[in-house]
Design a protein around this ligand. Sequence first.
Ligand code: PEP
Length: 249
Amino acid sequence: MRSKIVAGNWKMNKNLEETEILLNELAAKLPDTQAEVMVAPTFVNLTGAVRALESSVIEVIAQNMHFAESGAYTGEISADMLLNIDIDTVILGHSERRAYFGETDEILAKKVATALNKDMRVMFCFGEELNDRKSENHFKVVESQLKNALFSLDGSAWKNIILAYEPVWAIGTGETASPEQAQEMHAFIRKTITEAYDANIADNVSILYGGSVKPANAQDIFGKPDVDGGLIGGASLVADDFVAIISAF
Ligand code: PEP
């Protein structure tokens, strides 16, 4: 059975004190929910976040990692370093990593393989740009992103994959894919996985939607049958908004 998940990607926001305040507020206000709730603070605040949430069900996850085991990669963080501080889920392939840091499908395939070899869970982000949608190439683009980074994996690896479909034109823009657009793409993603693997794998993978999810639109988006939750950017930085989105389940 696939899980319902709401994850907050804090990106390069919140210093140490602000992180503690937001985490305490979230832990105190967290509603009863069947969804797994995750937050991804910046690297420097991960250790503190893990400690602060020790007695909470909220999971701390990482925004990125390197594919190499260790070595001369200045500024990078390895899978073992994350595991060492009790973080076993990592976001990979966020569109900002692809756009600003040159992360290609090839690099992402290596990162995914490293994380899975370490028994980590991967939240794999992908999605088309505005031009792709305007030219009606969005399905093709999404299919190739999945194929290039994930479809060489063994079927057994998929139990540790979470997908996050994030149309780039909807990230941080205030523009949201309509619930129908999200459902259409999520159903396409399941069909593509069924063709590459089988229906069992496709039915059991959680597919989150990301892109300007807010308290006002979360319920309609999460209400669609193939949407299993959300990856939330801006609205995850405000406790009341994030809590309201979680409550939308
Ligand atoms: C994101 O960056 O993953 C995201 C979905 O951002 P926002 O919710 O701000 O659009």
